[in-house]
Design a protein around this ligand. Structure first.
Ligand code: G3P
Ligand code: CA
Length: 238
């Protein structure tokens, strides 16, 4: 079975990583969503990809980390996408979990700046536990030390290892890491048949990111991937 994740929700139809974007993905029948988490100044988990506001509201200078949740709730991140989304703000992880159907798998990506987010792993697991979301869950990161910490805190949680660059024999690296990695998430641009087959021979599932054309999707499925991350759940949702 192929499982496709709606990358940051349905980001072509609504501002990425916001409640409307996730709601649209659910409406399209997405069986999985991907989202990025970061910490506010007062250590709340908010869902956001970039570390600064520049992409979301050009009038706001500074990093997500520089603002309290109260202040973040006053920052419009919708108008920059379209007037129809004026007033939309960054959601907390709690708010996304509240609207997420239980049968939709959640992939939480821990943004990889441990220096500015110390303790993010503990906060994340506490939140997921509170929402009874330790199942049907996959935690991933480019920061493999963050994955190690998650494993120490919650050994049964599924882990996905993200790779941005080509890594020699990434499957051996994953195996030798000592982590219980379930899946390898390579950059789609270098995912070829040999890569997919080698990962699978070593017991890993493979989910490349980010795949947005039907041609490439079909090619990857032929290679044997277990699913993809896609910006278009209306096409690749089910
Ligand atoms: O998790 C897949 C993908 O989201 C990783 O890259 O930069 O979109 O977070 P990025
Ligand atoms: Ca991501």
């Amino acid at each position: 079975m192929v499982l496709n994740y709606a990358h940051r929700g349905s980001l072509t139809e609504a501002p990425e990583n916001t409640l409307p974007a996730f709601q649209k993905a659910f409406n399209h029948g997405a069986k999985g969503i991907e989202l990025d988490v970061q910490l506010t100044k007062d250590d709340h988990l908010v869902v956001c990809h970039n570390h600064t506001f520049s992409k979301y509201n050009k009038e706001v200078n500074g990093r997500i980390r520089d603002f309290t949740l109260e202040k973040i709730r006053q920052i419009d991140v919708g108008s920059n996408f379209s007037e129809a989304f004026k007033g939309v703000t960054l959601p907390t992880l709690e708010e996304v979990l509240e609207i997420c159907p239980a049968d939709v798998k959640v992939n939480v990506e821990i943004k990889n700046i441990p220096v500015i987010y110390p303790g993010i792993e503990e906060r994340l697991l506490e939140c997921l536990q509170r929402y009874n979301r330790l199942d049907n869950l996959l935690i991933s990161s480019f920061d493999h030390v963050a994955l190690e910490k998650v494993q120490q805190l919650a050994p049964s949680v599924e882990l996905g290892m993200l790779f941005y660059y080509r890594i020699l024999r990434a499957w051996e690296y994953a195996k030798n890491s000592g982590l219980n990695i379930t899946s390898i998430h390579p950059n789609n641009v270098y995912t070829d048949q040999e890569f997919v087959e080698s990962c699978k021979e070593h017991g890993f599932q493979v989910y490349p990111y980010t795949v947005n054309t039907v041609e490439r999707y079909e090619e990857l499925v032929d290679f044997g991937v277990n699913g993809v991350f896609s910006n278009s759940p209306e096409v690749f949702g089910k």
